[in-house]
Design a protein around this ligand. Structure first.
Ligand code: PMV
Length: 347
């Protein structure tokens, strides 16, 4: 059997200015710009292998070892359609280029962490899918161009095409050609900043981000205030804090933005709750820890799990405090604290 194959990995990113709300649900155009930190590949990542062959009779997908339907997944279909069209352009120009755009493909993707538990699995998953397709099809696109395709799989995925600190500029155009990710600073810019993932629950979340966002856009007046009056200034301030490596300002903005995102969820009708009692206890612990000066920042996505950002020198102490409040054997397992380590804060 002749085949063409590519394998890639892509990391998770965790937003410090959150994306929540679409102005166009099929192109996935957001109602506000957002900004995230891409975590190290050594910890949470997706790994995808894609093979194209004339012997395949249909496109097929295996996610964490289980076969899933491609046809039912409109966003995956959109990513395939876009990348195949770009490959077809190459083949039209260059007669000697192998005819890959017409071949069926098999996709095999795995996450090394719980899928759909608010740990940004769709971000790394779609970034990995689009990046692997671009390698398979040898597309001459840069990361920002690819982010436009990845965005159509899952909005937050566009930011995982870059390492370091990444902004997703919402853009203005109706066709989405200016709604793309750009790197604000590379991963080498602020090596002292670390992220700790606290796995409060690894269950699948109740309300998907797609459903949740649509309901928020329809019903929340607070979202409209956030879009117009809060995020544009916050983006500027966050970029300045990152450039200046100003941790207290970075942390304050991160926590305020997480709080406002969850307030917007509460303002949705009927309300959406992503945090649980343990998430709220983590907020209280970090707030108390910051009483005499900001030493850590918490942030929560569409799930109960916390991500704590802090300078390296504070991490051991934060780890000790969290293990004091949330003792448990899964927690003991991750003691040798590494960059971007995972804390299992299960009670
Ligand atoms: O890309 P989605 O549809 O999984 O949405 C992600 C939304 C948040 O994680 C809550 C915020 C963000 O900017 O990543």
């Amino acid at each position: 059997m002749t085949f063409f194959e590519a394998t890639c990995t892509a990391p998770v990113n965790i937003a410090v200015v959150k994306y929540w709300g679409k102005r166009d649900t099929s192109l996935i155009l957001p109602t506000n710009s957002s900004l995230s930190v891409t975590l190290s590949q050594d910890q949470l990542h997706s790994k995808t292998t894609i093979r194209a062959s004339a012997d395949f009779t249909s496109d097929r997908l295996w996610l964490n070892g289980i076969e899933e339907s491609i046809e039912k997944n409109k966003r995956l279909v959109a990513c395939l359609r876009e990348t195949r069209a770009l490959r077809a352009q190459i083949e039209a120009k260059d007669e000697s280029a192998p005819k890959l755009s017409g071949l069926k493909i098999h996709i095999c993707s795995e996450n090394n962490f719980p899928t759909a538990a608010g740990l940004a699995s769709s971000a790394s998953g779609y970034a990995c899918l689009v990046y692997t397709l671009s390698k398979l099809f040898e597309l001459p696109l840069n990361a920002s161009d690819l982010s436009i395709v990845a965005r159509q799989g899952s909005g937050s995925a566009c930011r995982s095409l870059f390492g370091g600190f990444v902004a997703w500029e919402m853009g203005e155009k109706e066709d989405g050609s200016d709604s793309r990710a750009v790197q604000v600073a590379p991963e080498t810019h602020w090596p002292d900043l670390q992220a700790l993932i606290c796995v409060v629950s690894d269950e699948k979340k109740g309300t998907s981000s797609t459903e949740g966002m649509q309901l928020t856009v329809k019903t929340s007046a607070l979202l409209q205030h956030r879009i117009k009056n809060v995020v544009p200034k916050r983006m500027e301030e966050m970029i300045a804090a990152i450039h200046n490596k100003d941790f207290p300002r970075f942390a304050e903005l991160t926590m305020q933005d997480s709080n406002q995102f969850h307030a917007v969820c509460l303002d949705t009708y009927p309300p959406i709750f992503y945090m649980n009692d343990i998430s709220r206890a983590i907020i209280r612990i970090i707030s108390e820890y910051n009483k005499d000066g900001i030493k850590a920042a918490y942030t929560f996505d569409a799930g109960p799990n916390a991500v704590i950002y802090a300078p390296q020198q504070n991490m051991r102490e934060i780890y000790a405090i969290l293990s004091h409040y949330f003792p448990g054997h899964a927690f003991e397992d991750s003691l040798g604290l590494k960059k971007n380590d995972t804390v299992h804060a299960l009670p």
